[in-house]
Design a protein around this ligand. Structure first.
Ligand SMILES: Nc1nc2c(ncn2[C@@H]2O[C@H](COP(=O)(O)OP(=O)(O)O)[C@@H](O)[C@H]2O)c(=O)[nH]1
Ligand SMILES: [Mg+2]
Length: 717
């Protein structure tokens, strides 16, 4: 392959609903770009893009696959992204490296859920969208319906550049208004004739040309002036204005395509080259707050946006050269760790097809194998160059607990999960000491099921997924005292320790006091010292020594604190962490021979447990901020579902035809929320969730949790 300079590169991510035809369009572009000499199909499991077993079995893309085509002396790199929100991580990674997107829409369906979801992401990440209306050869293809649904969703940004001729099973061409030509196709391999527009389409073409000129004029002030003066723009001027509007996100030009029959694919590629945003001069922010400009004469810097493990190759890291020219054999450094890497061989990449190249210029995409630490979201650069800012992914929407089916596989399963998480930044695996569970989280149930499939099929291990425990907290609401004597005199050496404690809640804004009523008497405790601890699970413990007259020797005070800490870490109500408690040790007793540390630890544990139970104990639960984005017609069902989850709707906003519901929902009620929301809304809603705060659980929930814990608790001593 020849080496392409920065200005001759275009990077494009293919977006859209599942089954819109992205993978098939990618195949046609590879064919037009001479990367393959015959097209595969999704049905025959022979596309370049869907090259993994999971994708072929399920006939859908779940990984974002980098591909390229060489066309008109330009290298178009494109990333075929999956169409389901569960796998949005791939598209979001692609936004980091693509200056353009093609939004593929199925002409039988018009705008679908995935169209809107991914268009929203593209807007959010500031990537311009070209629209390809695909499936125009299908029996039920409906151009007008599709165009109307696009206009309804995206408004005046939608500007058709073409219209189809004979849409439906006889689809064989389109009128292109940019060139004012009729393209008629003779076969299913992209062979076309360029003809004058037939008389019957002349008016329609002229009408569209007027609209196109107006839209183009909006994109550029000089053009606007010229258009006002002469009411006419040349084809080049229209293209220039349209390109400017596209870049600013104000125009979404629409093209006619049949990916299956290779109709319209070349024109789309021409437009990407002529009007798409080139990487020249684009800027990446660095973690240090600086900038890296995309130019070949800059220092070498590349960013890894994807890693995967591939058959016969091992680990493959996909990157974009953000600056400079990368030559094979380059020695680069990860600026964040200082670790060096040698890139001995570098490749241009189209799915599983990889071609070794000698150099890759700024703006271009390639891959390298078997890096030591070349994980996703990592910069490798010449020394002295800063790391590029990290990719930002949505927070996890689906959590579950995971364990190896066979206990002996535990370590291997842990390894496998960590490998998967290192490749996919939207998968998170974490052992929770508190819950004593490994928690696996991702973007949805399908996403987690893919992890399970990979563990089964790629790692040949079995796992079980189940509901995660909820990280409850325990605290108290009033003052209580307890006295406990631990005494053991059977057999050899005896044990003796007695402590009397008072506990009260630590409440922000309420001052420390040493005056209490103990056993009905007003008492002023003599404070010898106070220690305050920030607990690692949040909240505080304060330990106040008020022992007088040597009732307990100073040397036993740490043992008493240990006993209390034990119960703080395993709360008396449900075994969850306790927080925000002040403990006063004000009395006790020793035995000249039998008093030892263990006796005071146990006495303190039991005294604390008893006092806690009399101090108006409360179970607290984590509450999450949940923002649901749903088509407004589903607001009713979403709200009543939230009510059933003890959710509170805080407020709501409108966003076009969508409503955003802002709710607060206990985490305990959010297990498997994503599939439920999906079935409530025909898959058209999406949501985010983020921890907000701890709140006491309602009385009925508390009773239920207490009963559950009591059933499994064994008495201590
Ligand atoms: N008739 C027709 N079928 C198509 C066209 N493009 C894709 N398909 C079929 O639609 C299905 C989904 O296509 P695919 O490329 O996997 O869609 P993706 O999910 O967007 O990647 C497959 O069965 C394709 O063969 C097209 O232009 N015309
Ligand atoms: Mg696909």
């Amino acid at each position: 392959m020849k080496s392409y300079s920065t200005k001759d590169i275009r990077n494009v991510v293919l977006l859209g609903n599942t089954r819109a035809g992205k993978t098939t369009l990618a195949e046609a572009m590879l064919y037009e770009g001479k990367v393959i000499d015959r097209r595969g199909s999704v049905e025959a499991k022979t596309t370049v893009s869907d090259n993994t077993e999971f994708e072929q079995t399920n006939q859908k893309s779940v990984y974002a696959t980098p591909l390229y085509a060489e066309f008109m002396n330009t290298k178009i790199n494109f990333v075929d992204a999956p169409g389901s929100d569960d796998f949005s991580g791939g598209a979001i990674a692609a936004f980091k490296v693509c200056e353009n997107s093609v939004l593929v829409v199925n002409a039988q369906q018009g705008v679908e859920v995935g169209t809107e979801i991914f268009a929203r992401y593209a807007n959010q990440y500031g990537v311009p969208m070209i629209v390809a209306v695909n499936h125009l050869d299908a029996e039920k293809a409906d151009w007008d319906m599709t165009l109307n649904s696009l206009k309804e969703t995206f408004g005046g940004k939608i500007i058709p550049v073409q219209f189809p001729v004979n849409a439906g099973t006889g689809f064989d061409g389109f009128v292109d208004v940019l060139s004012m030509k009729y393209y008629k196709f003779k076969d299913e391999n992209g062979t076309r004739e360029e003809l004058d527009i037939p008389a019957q389409y002349a008016d329609q073409a002229e009408e569209l040309r007027q609209a196109l000129m107006e839209k183009a004029a909006e994109g550029d002030d000089a053009l606007m002036e010229k258009f006002f003066d002469t009411l006419e723009l040349s084809a080049e001027e229209i293209a220039t204005g349209l390109a400017a509007g596209l870049k600013k996100g104000e125009a979404m030009p629409v093209f006619c395509v049949s990916a299956k029959k290779d109709i319209g694919v070349k024109k789309l590629m021409e437009f990407i080259i002529n009007a798409g945003v080139s990487p020249v001069g684009t800027v990446q922010e660095t973690v240090e707050g600086g900038q890296i400009e995309c130019k070949p004469e800059g220092p070498v810097s590349l960013f890894i946006f994807k890693t995967s493990v591939e058959q016969h190759l091992g680990e493959v890291s996909y990157f974009k050269v953000m600056s400079g020219v990368l030559n094979e054999g380059a020695d680069l450094t990860n600026p964040e760790t200082g670790n060096g890497e040698r890139l001995s061989a570098i490749y241009a990449v189209a799915g599983s097809k990889k071609e070794k190249v000698a150099s890759i210029s700024a703006g271009d995409i390639g891959c390298v194998m078997k890096l030591k630490a070349g994980k996703t979201d990592v910069t490798l650069a010449e020394s002295g160059v800063d790391a590029i800012t990290h990719m930002v992914f949505p927070d996890a929407k689906y959590r579950c607990a995971v364990k190896a089916t066979d206990k002996n596989d535990e370590a291997k399963v842990g390894d496998a999960l960590n490998k998967i998480a290192a490749q996919d930044p939207t998968i998170n695996v974490e052992y929770s000491k508190e819950l004593r569970q490994t928690i696996l989280s991702g973007q949805g149930e399908q996403h987690i099921n893919l992890v399970k499939w990979r563990i089964n099929n790629e790692f040949k291990l079995n796992i079980e997924l189940f509901a995660p425990k909820v990280p409850y907290r325990e605290t108290i609401t009033k003052v209580a005292t307890a006295r406990y004597r631990h005494k053991k005199q059977s057999g050899g050496a005896g044990q003796f320790g007695e402590v009397a404690i008072l506990i009260c809640p630590i409440v922000e804004g309420v001052e420390f006091t040493n005056k209490f009523k103990i056993d009905g008497k007003d008492t002023e405790l003599k404070v010898k010292n106070r220690q305050e601890f920030e607990l690692e699970w949040g909240g505080k413990l304060e330990y106040v020594n008020c022992v007088v007259g040597g009732a307990i020797d100073e040397s036993f005070m740490p043992a008493i604190l240990k006993g209390i800490n034990d119960k703080m870490a395993e709360g008396p109500l449900t075994g969850s962490y306790a927080r925000d408690i002040r403990v006063y040790v004000y009395d006790g007793k020793m035995h000249p021979v039998d008093s030892k540390e263990i006796a005071f630890i146990l006495a303190a544990r039991n005294a604390f447990k008893e006092a806690f139970r009399n101090a108006g104990p409360k179970i607290m639960e984590p509450i999450y901020n949940v923002d649901i984005l749903t088509p407004s017609e589903y607001v009713g069902p979403c709200m009543s579902d939230l009510n059933g989850r003890r959710g509170m709707i805080m407020n709501q906003d409108m966003d076009g035809n969508f409503t955003v519901l802002h709710a607060r929902v206990p985490l305990a009620e959010l297990y498997r929320y994503s599939p439920v929301l999906s079935s409530l809304t025909g898959g058209s809603a999406t949501f985010t969730m983020k921890f907000a705060e701890y709140q006491p659980v309602p009385a009925d929930v508390q009773s239920k949790l207490l009963a559950e814990y009591a059933a499994q608790e064994s008495d201590e001593d």
